[in-house]
Design a protein around this ligand. Structure first.
Ligand code: MSP
Length: 513
C-alpha cells in the first residue's frame, strides 16, 4: 500500500488562529483526504509550537505561568480543527513529554556525530522571531523580519551548518522536486551559495524551553525544537529506523513561504547530521492579505476562521480558501469575493443542480429511477466528457494546483447543468416518461462522480449528497465505480443557502481587536 505523511507547520501560541493558519491546515486536510481516496495509508499531523522567549514574556505580561498560557492558546488551535472539519491523526504540542524526549535524543545524536560544539554568541536578537542577526542585516534598526532587536552575548552551542553547504546543494540537484515552487527553491539555493555559517542552537537567556542534555543552563533553540516535532509524531526514537519507515520516506511538509528556509536548509542538515534522510517535499504556499492589507490586530482586519465557519459552514470556507488563489501565490481575503464565489458555485451551480435533480425525482418519479436500457449519443457524450474532465483533475492535486482542480470540478458541474437544461426532462413528463427517467438517472450518476471529486474540499455537503444517492457510497477515486441500477432518492434539504450580501457586515467576520 502507498503511504504518505502530511504535516502542517506547528503554530506559534502567541496569537489566536486566523485565516492564514486555517489555510495551511485546510490545504493539508484536502491533500490528506484526496490521498485517502486514492487508497493511500495517510498520516496527517498538526500541532502547536510553544517554547521560546516571546511566549515566556507574553505569559509574564499576562501574569500567568507559561504552561497555563500555552495551554490556553494551544486549545484554540486544537478546537479549531473539528470546526474546520480537519481529519488529522495527531496533534502535537512541543511541551509534551514525548516531544521533549525526542528532542533530547536527537540532540545527542547530533552531538555524538560531532556536529555540535560549545562557543559564544553575540548579535542582534529578534525576540519576536527568535533569531539572531548581524549588524549589516538590520533594516532601520529592526530585524529583517520586522521585529525589535536587542544586542546580546551568550555562551551557546553551535551546529556545524557550514559543513552542509555542498551536501545540501548536491541534495537539491539530486532531488529537483524537493522544494516547491521553483521560485522558492531558487531563493534557497542562492541563499546557500552566499555561504552558510554555523548555527546557534541553544539559549541561556530564558528558561521556557527544552533543556539541553547534560547542560541544563541551556535550552534548545526553538527551531531545532519545533522541526523535530515531525520525528516525534512519527514515533522517533522508539521507531528509530526512519530511513526504512514508509511514512518518513514520503513525508510532505506544507509551509508558508516565510518558513521555507528553516525547512529546506536547517531541517535537512540536522537530519543528515543524525543519519536520517531528508523529507521528500517542502511544499510552500503564499500569504493571505485581508481586504487588501496585511492582517493585524490594530487594523482590526484579522479574519476569524471560527466566525466564517459559524456563519457559512466549514465547507464554504475550505472551498473559498482553495479556490480563490492559485497555490503558491499570495491572495486577498475579502468578504465580497467570498460571498460571490459561495453564491455562484456552491449555492447556484452545485447546490441547485443537486436540489433540482433530487426534487424532480421525488416529485415526478416517486423518488426512484432505474439505469437506462438505452444510452443515446447525447448521454454518452455527457458521460465521457465528465469522466475526462475529472480524470484530468487528479494530477492537478498531485501538483498542488488546488484552484485548477476545483475549476475542473466546476467545469463538470457546468456540463451537468447544461445537459439538464438541454434535455429538459420536465418537458417529457406526459410524453415520454421513460426517456425522462433515463435523463435523470444519467444526471444522478454524474452528480455522484462529480461529488466524489468535490469531497476532499467540501466533505460535509459531499457526504450528504452521496448518502442521498446511495447509503453505500464509497470514498474512492481509484475505480470506475458504478452506482446501483435502481436509485431511491430520500428527503433532501437545501445544500447551500444563498447568502444575501446586504445582510452581512465585514465586522461580523473579523476577529475582535
Ligand atoms: N512555529 C512556526 C512553524 C514551526 S514548524 C516546525 C511558525 N508558526 S506560525 O504560527 O507563525 O505560522 C504557521 C503557518 O501559518 C505558516 O505556514 C505560515 O505561513 C502560516 N500563516 C500565518 N499567517 C499567514 C497568512 N497571513 N497567510 C497565509 N499563511 C500564513 O511559523
Amino acid at each position: 500500500m502507498n503511504t504518505i505523511y502530511i504535516t502542517t507547520p506547528i503554530y506559534y501560541v502567541n496569537a489566536k488562529p486566523h485565516i492564514g493558519h486555517a489555510y495551511t491546515t485546510v490545504v493539508c486536510d484536502v491533500f490528506a483526504r484526496f490521498h485517502r481516496m486514492l487508497g493511500y495509508d495517510v498520516k496527517f499531523s498538526t500541532g502547536t509550537d510553544e517554547h521560546g522567549k516571546k511566549v515566556e514574556q507574553s505569559a509574564n505580561n499576562a501574569g500567568i505561568s507559561p504552561q497555563t498560557f500555552t495551554d490556553r492558546i494551544s486549545k484554540l488551535f486544537r478546537d479549531l480543527l473539528p470546526v474546520l472539519n480537519i481529519s488529522n491523526d495527531d496533534f502535537i504540542r512541543t511541551t509534551e513529554e514525548r516531544h521533549k524526549r525526542t528532542v533530547r535524543y536527537f540532540w545527542k545524536k547530533l552531538k555524538d556525530a560531532g556536529y555540535i560544539y560549545l562557543g559564544e554568541y553575540s548579535g542582534w536578537y529578534d525576540i519576536r522571531n527568535e533569531a539572531y542577526f548581524s549588524e549589516d542585516e538590520l533594516i532601520n534598526g529592526k530585524s529583517p523580519l520586522g521585529g525589535n532587536v536587542q544586542y546580546m552575548t551568550e555562551p551557546c552551542y553551535f551546529f556545524k551548518l557550514s559543513a552542509f553547504q555542498d551536501k545540501l546543494l548536491k541534495f537539491y540537484e539530486e532531488h529537483p522536486d524537493f522544494i516547491y515552487p521553483v521560485a522558492r527553491k531558487n531563493e534557497v539555493i542562492s541563499f546557500i551559495k552566499q555561504g552558510l555559517k554555523d548555527l546557534a542552537i541553544s539559549r541561556t537567556t530564558f528558561d521556557w524551553g527544552i533543556s539541553v542534555p547534560d547542560d541544563p543552563e541551556h535550552v534548545v533553540y526553538v527551531w531545532l525544537d519545533a522541526l523535530t516535532n515531525y520525528l516525534t509524531v512519527n514515533g522517533y526514537p522508539d521507531n528509530e529506523d526512519q530511513n526504512n519507515d514508509p511514512f518518513w520516506q514520503n513525508v510532505y511538509h506544507f509551509v508558508g513561504k516565510e518558513i521555507v528556509r528553516f525547512h529546506a536548509i536547517y531541517w535537512p542538515a540536522f537530519l543528515m547530521a543524525a543519519g536520517i534522510v531528508p523529507p521528500k517535499r517542502i511544499v510552500s504556499h503564499g500569504w493571505w492579505l485581508s481586504e487588501g492589507e496585511k492582517m493585524s490586530k490594530s487594523l482590526g482586519n484579522v479574519q476569524d476562521p471560527y466566525k466564517y465557519c459559524r456563519l457559512f459552514g466549514s465547507d464554504a470556507l475550505r472551498y473559498f480558501l482553495l479556490r480563490e488563489v492559485p497555490f503558491g501565490a499570495d491572495g486577498n481575503f475579502s468578504l465580497d469575493a467570498f460571498i460571490s464565489r459561495y453564491n455562484s458555485v456552491l449555492a447556484n451551480a452545485y447546490g441547485n443542480l443537486c436540489n433540482r435533480v433530487f426534487a424532480f425525482i421525488r416529485k415526478h418519479c416517486n423518488g426512484s429511477v432505474e439505469r437506462p436500457s438505452d444510452i443515446l449519443a447525447d448521454d454518452a457524450k455527457f458521460m465521457s466528457d465528465v469522466k475526462n474532465i475529472l480524470k484530468a483533475a487528479i494530477p492537478l492535486i498531485q501538483q498542488y494546483n488546488f484552484s485548477r482542480y476545483l475549476e475542473k470540478v466546476e467545469q463538470a458541474i457546468a456540463l451537468a447543468n447544461q445537459y439538464m437544461d438541454f434535455q429538459k426532462p420536465w418537458s417529457l413528463k406526459s410524453t415520454d416518461s421513460v426517456r425522462m427517467q433515463d435523463i435523470l438517472f444519467t444526471l444522478v450518476e454524474q452528480i455522484y462522480r462529480i461529488t466524489k471529486f468535490f469531497y476532499p474540499v467540501i466533505p460535509i455537503a459531499a457526504e450528504k449528497v452521496l448518502k442521498v444517492i446511495t447509503p453505500k457510497y464509497q470514498l474512492t477515486l481509484v475505480d470506475d465505480e458504478q452506482i446501483a441500477n435502481t436509485i431511491n432518492i430520500g428527503d433532501f434539504g437545501v445544500l447551500f443557502q444563498k447568502i444575501d450580501p446586504s445582510e452581512i457586515d465585514t465586522r461580523d467576520v473579523m476577529a475582535d481587536k
